[in-house]
Ligand binder design. Structure first.
Ligand code: ACO
Length: 324
């Protein structure tokens, strides 16, 4: 594998900030409970921004100042669990709104792990030699599938998008190893947005489940058990150790989960970049949002090895090591 380069990362989040205190006016909760149980202080909530508009903003930033224009992108993968329409795919609007006429685009749904999956897919397509420049974007407006009367979930989620521009250059950079999984047995552990089959001849009598329903404790335990195993497996495949990894950019679902993973790996939290305090859980966008902040702060240099890790509904989980 390897041979690709991440040229740029970018993020777009709504301007509207909701604090924990704001949530105490909706449900029986407290700033103290939310901070100690999740690490979240604030989250961004859409005031009209859509999954496609946030993703379009990211795309625009990705092709700005890179000596590449929208028409140089020939592949767009947009990961989302909250598309604006069932059809067309939200990525079609991103192409339209940016005049990206030479790309083919599809949406990917693999919940909070999807950015890690999408990087893997994009790299395979770029190294095939068929495509040259890929935009890999994650965008979600989770707040539209959030039950604002359920304190167990509504304190967790935020809206946002992040992404990267990637190219094949045949150099030493790219994915050094990966470990991706889906456990279909756990398919209903986190779910939402069920569309019942109703037609002229059939009436669905099943539950109406428009909002996210989550077995939080089971997901928590699963993640703290499986992610360290996946990280170790990826390190082994790449013949590396944690000492070789500069940062672990993990899905931001709960600060305690990140602590639990670090503890299991017997490594310091200083390797784990944390943005959950500011943005909450933005589904698969949380990894590229974190990456864009890190690059902006000059935390990553050419040659650095970064571990990306995701987990979420499906249940999906996976890790990969990307050499910059
Ligand atoms: N404020 C106050 N109390 C609350 C709140 C709240 N917002 N939410 C739950 N509680 C209460 C519960 O009712 C319960 O009360 P009880 O003991 O009287 O029954 C108590 O707090 C403990 O509840 P738990 O669910 O056991 O709390 P926990 O410590 O597990 O934290 C949380 C809950 C934050 C959801 C945690 O389990 C978690 O982060 N799980 C993982 C979530 C995750 O990673 N999801 C994957 C990605 S999400 C996606 O894919 C869209």
């Amino acid at each position: 594998m390897a041979g690709t380069r991440i040229i740029k990362a970018a993020r777009a989040v709504p301007g509207f900030v909701v604090t924990n205190d704001d949530l105490t006016r909706l449900v029986d909760t407290s700033d103290e409970w939310i901070i100690t149980r999740t690490g979240i202080n604030t989250r961004r909530v859409s005031q009209g921004e859509t999954t496609a508009s946030l993703a379009s903003d990211v795309f625009k930033q990705l092709v700005t100042g890179t000596r590449r224009g929208p028409e140089d992108v020939d592949l767009l993968i947009l990961s989302t669990v909250t598309p604006d329409y069932m059809t067309p795919q939200s990525s079609a609007f991103v192409l339209r709104d940016n005049g990206a006429k030479n790309a083919f685009a599809f949406d990917m749904n693999a919940a909070c792990t999807a950015f890690v999956y999408a990087l893997s897919v994009a790299e395979k397509m770029l190294t095939s030699g068929v495509y040259k420049t890929a935009a890999v974007i994650s965008s979600d407006t989770l707040t539209k599938i959030t039950d604002w009367s359920d304190r167990g979930t509504c304190v967790l989620f935020g809206d946002g998008a992040g992404g990267v521009l990637m190219e094949y250059d045949g150099g030493p950079g790219g994915i050094l190893a990966e470990d991706l999984h889906t456990d279909g047995e756990m398919a209903t552990a986190i779910r939402g947005g069920r569309l019942p089959v109703n037609n002229a001849w059939h009436k669905d009598e099943g539950p109406v489940e428009p909002f996210v329903i989550m077995d939080g404790r089971a997901t928590y335990d699963f993640t703290v058990r499986e992610i360290p195993k996946s990280i170790s497996a990826t390190l082994e495949k790449a013949r590396l150790t944690m000492d070789d990894i500069k940062y672990v950019v993990c899905h931001q679902a709960n600060a305690r989960i990140l602590n639990g993973i670090a503890k299991k790996l017997k490594t310091g939290m200083d390797k784990f970049f944390v943005t959950i305090n500011e943005f909450g859980n933005t589904s698969s966008s949380s990894v590229p949002i974190a990456l864009s902040v890190m690059l902006e702060r000059g935390m990553i240099e050419k040659g650095d090895k970064i571990m990306f890790a995701g987990f979420g509904a499906g249940l999906t989980w996976g890790t990969l090591i990307y050499q910059y």
